[in-house]
Design a protein around this ligand. Structure first.
Ligand code: DHK
Length: 151
């Protein structure tokens, strides 16, 4: 059975496409989902694609990814990046690689966006590639899985 990648999106990502398009572009979250499904299929991975404006729901989804032994999690924590100890702790609690992914280059924006509680526990971080970052994160998870089976 195909292994699953969880793609989890934090607050306001449901507004993608209309939200500050000069920063986040014109693609909608549905477009991001389609890109993730296409990329995952190329790597023979299944996808759970979700978005929530609620911190606790994201914590529960991370725990679910751990319990289901997901191949990995692509996580755009959005506004919770700089605030969430709970999401940091949830990532630490699961044995699944989490790829922190941002559409924008958070290091080229406001100074306070640079401090990420998630980066400290993420396997890798991708930012600044627009929505293509999600595809890169899925390809990265696929590569991690292949390397594991070779060792
Ligand atoms: C999305 C958000 O909502 C912001 O809070 C982050 C991130 C950046 C993104 O680039 O995808 O600071």
């Amino acid at each position: 059975m195909a292994k699953t990648v969880f793609v989890l999106n934090g607050p306001n990502m449901n507004l993608l496409g209309t939200r500050e398009p000069h920063l986040y572009g014109h693609a909608t979250l549905k477009d991001v989902e389609a890109l993730c499904r296409k990329t995952a299929a190329e790597h023979k991975l299944a996808v759970e694609f979700r978005q929530s404006n609620h911190e606790g729901e994201i914590v529960e989804w991370l725990q679910e990814a751990g319990a289901k032994k997901a191949a990995g999690v692509v996580l755009n924590p959005a506004g919770f990046t700089t605030t969430s100890v709970a999401i940091h702790d949830a990532i630490k609690a699961i044995a699944v690689p989490v790829i922190e992914t941002h559409i924008t280059n958070i290091h080229a924006r406001e100074e306070w966006r640079r401090h990420s509680y998630v980066s400290l526990v993420a396997k890798a971080v991708i930012c600044g590639f627009g929505i293509e970052g999600y595809a890169l994160a899925i390809a990265g998870i696929a590569a991690l899985g292949q390397n594991k089976s070779k060792r």
